[in-house]
Design a binder for this molecule. Structure first.
Ligand SMILES: *Cc1c(COP(=O)(O)O)cnc(C)c1O
Length: 369
């Protein structure tokens, strides 16, 4: 089976992990953690990094740091992974959905403003599958309405918006280092920011809100979202290989695009002239009318041929648990269409040219017209 995405870890990762064993530092107090935070912040062109146990806790920590709480609303795309809205719900606030746009598969930025209410405190953008959201208009809307901007950049390490790294464009950026992300620590996460106050508060909240002046003295409800030295060791090694890994990703995408461009009924991933797509996952849309078979059938057929794929996000406003919570109001046709037509092909950085060739050939053979 060609898996949809596998981590690419090697000698350097092992060497750094071994250092943790050799020095007996395995908890979050080990030196790799601070080093990883510093280097990852540099990688994102931001001043500060705060590590967390995963992308979800990084998002929750960001929400808590910005003071989001009961009664507040946060605007975000319905087309995302459930961790984005859950992080808001954990604080007692509620998400407000915005539909996507066909051109970028990202949140439809011009639709944000209509959804702003008095309760709205923040905008959470999600840079989907490696393509940054058009951030300038988002920042303009945020400024006009005095809102903070959280970037869920879990899928977009190293992506550029008008030459700027994602994660440093809004007020806070959140990353995941899950095994299928471009850079991985197995499980892990990070907040990036240029705001010293946010960085300090996030570090405090991440570690039980112990105070500096007196250890067991707490002024906030904190969390234990501490990344371990072992994970940070892997992360540091991955970071040193960031360019290599990104180039591999881009070359996988180039090969797919070359083979699939012009195939009637298949849409290749979006590009935008203001952004650099990092193609975290190589997504395609299958138009049943033109391709002759549906996305669901394409997925089933590929599975039979040993090719694992995954469908696009199921929009948040259709989730059973959110329906129960009354979060199913409104119409979001583009997000629903993306789910109906979208799937991603194997996208790991260790895919060979032959495997990609096999995948494309198998896919094109499924075409019924
Ligand atoms: C992966 C991902 C997350 C969650 O990250 P975890 O490390 O799995 O908690 C959040 N948002 C998006 C958009 C993601 O793709």
């Amino acid at each position: 089976m060609i898996r949809v995405c596998e981590p690419n870890i090697g000698k350097k990762e092992f060497e750094y992990v071994k250092k943790c064993f050799d020095t007996n530092w395995i908890s979050s107090q080990g030196p790799f953690v601070t080093e990883f935070e510093k280097k990852f912040a540099e990688y994102c062109d931001t001043k500060y990094g705060t590590s967390a146990t995963n992308g979800t806790t990084a998002l929750h920590l960001a929400c808590a740091t910005l003071g989001i709480g009961p009664g507040d609303e946060v605007i975000m795309p319905t087309f995302t992974m459930i961790a984005s809205p859950n992080s808001v719900i954990y604080t007692g606030a509620r998400p407000v959905w915005v539909d996507s746009e066909m051109e970028t598969w990202n949140m439809d930025v011009p639709k944000i403003e209509k959804n702003i209410t008095k309760k709205n405190k923040d905008i959470m953008v999600v840079h989907t599958f490696g393509l940054p959201v058009d951030m300038d208009p988002v920042l303009e809307i945020a400024k006009k309405h005095n809102l903070k901007v959280i970037e869920d950049a879990a899928e977009s390490h190293g992506a550029l918006y008008k030459g700027k790294k994602v994660g440093g464009i809004g007020d806070v950026g959140c990353f995941s280092f899950y095994a299928n992300k471009l850079l991985t620590t197995g499980e892990g996460g990070m907040i990036t920011t240029n705001n010293e106050e946010y960085s300090e508060l996030a570090h405090t909240l991440m570690n039980h809100a112990f105070s500096k002046e007196r250890h067991f003295w707490h002024k906030h409800i904190g969390f234990n979202y501490r990344l371990t030295n072992l994970q940070a060791a892997i992360g540091l090694a991955q970071l040193e290989r960031a360019e290599e890994l990104l180039n591999l990703k881009l070359s996988v995408a180039r090969r797919y695009t070359k083979a699939l461009t012009g195939v009637n009924g298949i849409t290749t991933p979006p590009q935008a002239n203001w952004a650099k797509n990092t193609y975290w996952m190589y997504g395609i849309l299958v138009d049943k009318k033109k391709f002759g078979i549906s996305k669901d059938d394409v997925m089933k057929e590929l599975e039979k041929k040993g090719i694992e794929t995954r469908e696009f996000f199921i929009p948040m406003h259709t989730q059973p648990i959110y329906k129960k919570m009354g979060l199913d109001k409104g119409k979001y046709p583009i997000a629903e269409r993306l789910n109906m037509q979208g799937l991603y092909l194997p996208s790991g950085t260790m895919l060979t040219e032959e495997q990609i060739h096999y995948i494309c050939e198998t896919l094109i053979k499924l075409k019924k017209k």
